[in-house]
Design a binder for this molecule. Structure first.
Ligand SMILES: [Zn+2]
Length: 149
């Protein structure tokens, strides 16, 4: 008995494991700092920041308060070389829904998913979100700082 679903397949049809993302030829990634997000001087979340000592690229991870998890260095989130890590803040939301870690390019637009699972398009100028209801700041300018949102 042979099952047609598990039968031999040509190599190119087999799923390939994704290549481990490397920022450069010899990544030396160490913990760099943290950016805290405050509301009325209370920290409601943070962004952990790692940096590659060789190419200086930053890697960020969003932490909502009370959710502790260790990041596997191998799983550093990928970011395009022309993008920067930023926090997008929605003036329409409260508490933990007020902010989100995003990757911004210098100019253009970003698709942003609201808490209502609506996809909206926000305009970016000079690595900043330009919108009446949203604003942003870059992580690279705010490592080891607390930002009131
Ligand atoms: Zn690197």
């Amino acid at each position: 008995m042979s099952d047609p679903k598990t039968g031999d397949k040509p190599d190119e049809e087999k799923p390939k494991a994704p290549a481990v993302y490397k920022c450069c030829d010899n990544p030396q990634i160490t913990y760099y700092g943290v950016t805290n997000l405050n509301i009325n001087e209370r920290t409601i979340g943070s962004v952990d920041v790692w940096r590659c000592a060789v190419c200086k690229k930053l890697f960020c991870e969003e932490k909502q308060l009370g959710i502790e998890e260790l990041t596997d260095i191998v799983g550093m989130p990928r970011i395009d070389s022309d993008a920067k890590w930023a926090v997008c803040i929605s003036k329409l939301q409260k508490g933990k829904d007020r902010w989100k870690l995003v990757k911004l390019k210098e100019n253009g637009t970003i698709k942003f998913e609201t808490v209502d699972e609506e996809i909206i398009t926000l305009k970016i100028e000079d690595f900043k979100i330009v919108d009446d209801q949203h604003w942003s700041f870059l992580i690279e300018d705010n490592v080891n700082k607390a930002i009131e949102i």
